[in-house]
Write a protein that binds this ligand. Structure first.
Ligand code: ADP
Ligand code: ADP
Length: 227
């Protein structure tokens, strides 16, 4: 069963003459273990598509479902991890406290949450940063801690919205490698949005977004009819 299925899912902001169609009817599936890059320029609708897939936003037409994630009776949020572009750590908490917090919210007892947070930091080679505050971390270190925070919950689907967009090239490569290795260990599916074709080269499948239209490999857009 796919982790996500979009059936002609659309998202329009506003209404009437000022309405913006951020995503036109998108139809796609994310199979278990898939590694998909959603590539397109700024404003093309990538972020909106990822939010729809995460269940953080609802389609204004069509349908988004999660057949492979809703079988266990747990809430959807339990199985989906989201990585954002910018700083997302809570400033007053240390790295290990940041990673442990979502586990605590999930109901994991404090000692176990801390142990799992430390294990996630160790597996990303961040153990030396565990007691640091976000202010004391570089942008790349902070983003790796944010990846650890997502992966510590053992999601079955990781959605990352321009996760390397604010990093220099080498740092971005490192964060991406860490994210992909950790997701592979969990067997999680990965969808990463990016405007950078080099990021997409690291993944298995490339989807394109242009002006809110999703084009998957082998499909033709309306703008490029079959010759
Ligand atoms: P991308 O992630 O590719 O940069 P977005 O999904 O953020 O694209 O945006 C797609 C389109 O929707 C853009 O035209 C953007 O301005 C518009 N948009 C996004 N979020 C909102 C919002 N909350 N209200 C109004 N328009 C929005
Ligand atoms: P420019 O070539 O314009 O200087 P950079 O080389 O700094 O741009 O890369 C821009 C973005 O692309 C950065 O966010 C970086 O993390 C990302 N990036 C570049 N190459 C790769 C790659 N091979 N794998 C992952 N991310 C990459």
């Amino acid at each position: 069963e796919p982790l996500v299925r979009c059936d002609d899912a659309a998202r329009t902001y506003g209404r009437g003459s000022g309405a913006v169609v951020a995503v036109h009817g998108a139809t796609c599936t994310v199979p278990p273990g898939a590694r998909i890059a959603v590539v397109g320029p700024s404003g093309s609708g990538k972020s909106t598509l990822l939010h729809l897939m995460a269940g953080l936003d609802r389609p204004t037409a069509g349908r988004v479902s999660h057949p492979g994630l809703t079988t266990t009776g747990d809430g959807l949020a339990r199985h989906i991890g989201m990585v954002f572009q910018g700083p997302s750590l809570l400033p007053p908490l240390t790295a290990v406290e940041n990673v442990a917090l979502p586990l605590r919210i999930d109901g994991v007892p404090e000692a176990e949450a801390t142990a799992r947070a430390r294990a996630a930091l160790d597996s990303l080679h961040l153990d030396s940063l565990a007691e640091k505050l976000p202010d004391e971390l570089s942008a790349g270190q902070a983003q790796r801690v944010a990846v650890a925070r997502v992966l510590a919950r053992r999601p079955r689907l990781v959605l990352a919205d321009e996760p390397t967009g604010q990093l220099d090239r080498e740092t971005g490569r490192h964060v991406l490698a860490v994210l992909l290795a950790a997701a592979a260990e969990l067997g999680a599916g990965v969808v990463i949005s990016t405007h950078d074709p080099r990021v997409a080269d690291e993944l298995d499948t490339r989807w394109h977004m242009a002006d809110g239209r999703l084009v998957r490999p082998g499909e033709k857009t309306e703008a490029e009819p079959e010759a």
